[in-house]
Design a protein. Structure first.
Length: 338
């Protein structure tokens, strides 16, 4: 598949390139991300034809949004118009006289921390006012009035445990209305969820008119738990953007470097399965990374794939993998493995 192939994201007709760039690495995911390297990676993505960029307030506690905004404002031609998405549900805050913040939430098991994080604390707020403020704050951090898509970030039991019902009520009683109002006013072109949990997207589809959702790590060579959701999303016309296609890196790292799976060290059974997948891919002359980045697009619900490359070299590798021809015999062999 070609990177530049237009893919539908919203019912109103917004399209993005089939491959997009996610910004978690630019916030210092797993290791520091020098600003020059991050900006160079974005430039390499643009040169390769990538026109979809996703970020979130969470990534580096604001830093990734600052870097992406700088790139889009200062490094691109004036008439350039990439698709931009960010997320809502977290506010960046600092205590001050007369302002009491909620107690710090227990550490999210899927939050690895940030090596380049700014000096803020995240506060979860999925209410009407919280969503509106999050949108305003992201516009200010990026220096952009135009943000195409907003994803409700990390709503779900995996993140919030016994606080899930509290946050779900805030979202369904006010947050979704804020997003609907922003879309109706033409301030955004669409909204959905940006999560690691397939079940909560299915629940949200019964609460709001979603355009597209970003699902990380659940439509991959190692985790196919989203199949039921993908079928339902396709039937209802909700586009899916697949993130986390390397399951935090193990499907891209091969035998080199630390093998991370879903933001933690890979357990032995996962490492063994990756070794077997590598052998199957090698027997067909295809890099494991190529199979991993193309796998989600086999389902018709998936419109785009996001990769989280942190350097120009990683961007180059992802581009080559995405455009590598993968024979049907390889997919058949991979499917037979399960």
């Amino acid at each position: 598949m070609k990177i530049s192939e237009p893919r539908r994201l919203t019912r109103s007709g917004l399209e993005a390139t089939a491959l997009g760039l996610g910004g978690a690495s630019f916030g210092g995911l797993y290791q520091p991300s020098p600003a020059d390297e991050a900006l160079a990676a974005m430039a390499r993505a643009w040169e390769a034809g990538i026109r979809y960029f996703d970020v979130a307030p969470m990534y580096g506690l604001g830093r990734a949004e600052h870097l992406l905004g700088h790139f889009l404002r200062e490094r691109l031609p004036e008439n350039a118009r990439p698709v931009v998405s960010t997320k809502v549900g977290r506010l960046m805050a600092r205590p001050r006289p007369g302002r009491d913040l909620p107690p710090a939430a227990p550490k999210n098991p899927l939050d690895p921390g940030w090596h380049n994080g700014l000096n803020f604390r995240e506060v979860f707020d999925y209410s009407y006012d919280g969503i509106m403020r999050s949108f305003d704050d992201s516009q200010q951090r990026m220096g952009l009035a135009e943000i195409d898509l907003l994803y409700v970030h990390d709503i779900g039991r995996l993140t919030h445990a016994d606080r899930h019902e509290h946050h779900w009520r805030a979202l369904t009683r006010g947050g979704f209305k804020a997003l609907t109002d922003l879309r109706a006013a033409g301030l955004i072109k669409g909204f959905g969820l940006g999560v690691n949990e397939a079940d909560v997207i299915e629940a949200a589809m019964g609460e709001a008119d979603l355009d597209c959702c970003l699902l990380a790590g659940r439509c991959t060579l190692l985790d196919r738990s989203a199949e039921t959701l993908l079928d339902k999303a396709h039937a209802q016309g909700v586009a899916i953007v697949a993130g986390g296609v390397f399951n935090s890196g193990i499907l891209a790292a091969g035998d080199a470097g630390p093998r991370k799976y879903n933001y933690t060290d890979a357990p032995p059974d996962i490492a063994r399965k990756v070794d077997r997948l590598s052998e199957i891919c090698a027997s067909h002359g295809v890099p494991l990374g190529a199979a991993a980045v193309q796998f989600p697009l086999r389902h018709p619900a998936v419109s785009c794939v996001l990769v989280g490359a942190r350097s120009p070299e990683q961007i180059g590798a992802n581009v080559r993998w995405f455009e590598q021809e993968v024979p049907a015999a390889l997919w058949n062999a991979i499917d037979a493995l399960d």
